[in-house]
Design a protein around this ligand. Structure first.
Ligand SMILES: Cc1cc2nc3c(=O)[nH]c(=O)nc-3n(C[C@H](O)[C@H](O)[C@H](O)COP(=O)(O)O)c2cc1C
Length: 274
């Protein structure tokens, strides 16, 4: 059973839950009727919880979600468009980190916020792996460099295009251009058969990057790292990710060493208006 319950004492029969339901599995026959689940509710419900949290009267609950368990949205922060614009534009990829360790509670909070990102069909396909130890981050970065050495040998043209020789040369000089000496790495992976894994996981990492900024943390996508992880068995195995999964992103995380003082310019948006 889906446990769809309407409290008749609270329901105003406004039908908002039915109108908002993304899967169309709540029906309201006439103005006088209460909303009810369709016959295929269980099959098609996305479990997004919208019906519960949109009801202004707290009249609807499901067996796994009730208005009482959903925190109220706080308002009145006076956040202006200018604040938000500055905030979004001032996020930068951080490549110089302090040695300072980020507490597990903060890393956990980042991931928790990441799970509020949109995902196709509300699948929330993401699984998380946190490399907490900087020595381990470095060891794993070394495996990515081993993979680059292999690509340079076996596919020199591709390696040249991707400038792998530069990364390897830096590594030889003691510089880590893979994980940038970050103290931590957050890796996201999902079932490789889920067709929207890349989009869903990128959205979650974007939430994390933005929230990290408010927490005084710096992040940077580790693109080299997760490309290597999906192509090089010793690295994939070292991560301990299930074999049916694909790694869909990785973020370096730590406290930034430097502060940016200006906003860089971006390419003008290429927009076609119709
Ligand atoms: C998918 C993806 C992969 C990336 N991989 C790397 C990487 O391996 N190393 C790195 O230093 N930066 C990496 N970046 C960061 C980009 O270089 C950076 O976002 C871009 O230069 C714009 O700078 P900003 O993020 O500071 O605005 C990656 C970004 C994305 C979105």
């Amino acid at each position: 059973m889906n446990g769809f319950r309407i409290d008749a004492n609270k329901c105003q029969r406004d039908g908002i839950c039915a109108v908002d339901c993304p899967a169309g599995v709540i029906k309201k026959q006439s103005a006088d009727d209460y909303p009810e689940p369709t016959a295929d509710f269980e099959k098609f419900c996305l479990a997004c919880g919208h019906c519960v949290v949109i009801c202004p009267h707290q009249a609807l609950s499901l067996d796994w979600l009730s208005p009482e368990t959903c925190p109220s949205i706080k308002t009145g922060f006076n956040l202006t468009t200018e604040h938000v614009e500055q905030f979004l534009r001032s996020r930068r990829s951080i490549r110089n980190f302090k040695k300072e360790v980020v507490g597990r509670d903060l890393l956990n909070k980042l991931i928790e916020i990441g799970t509020y990102a949109p995902s196709a069909k509300n699948e929330q396909p993401w699984h998380w792996l946190v490399i907490q130890n900087s020595t381990e981050v470095k060891r794993l970065a070394g495996l990515a460099v081993d993979w680059m050495r292999l690509v340079i040998k076996e596919k020199p043209e591709i390696a040249r295009q991707k400038a792998y020789h530069r990364v390897v040369a830096s590594w030889k000089k003691g510089k880590d251009a893979i994980c940038r000496e970050a103290p931590h790495l957050i890796v996201v992976h999902a079932d490789k058969n889920w067709p929207f894994g890349a989009e869903d996981c990128a959205s979650a990492l974007t939430y994390i990057e933005l929230f990290a900024l408010v927490m005084g943390l710096g992040t940077c996508w580790a693109g080299y790292f997760y490309s290597a992880a999906n192509s090089y068995a010793p690295l994939f195995e070292a991560l301990g990710v299930p074999s049916g999964h694909r790694i869909l992103g990785a973020l370096m995380v730590g406290y930034p060493t430097f502060t940016y003082h200006r906003l860089p310019l971006r390419k003008p948006p290429r927009i076609m208006w119709k």
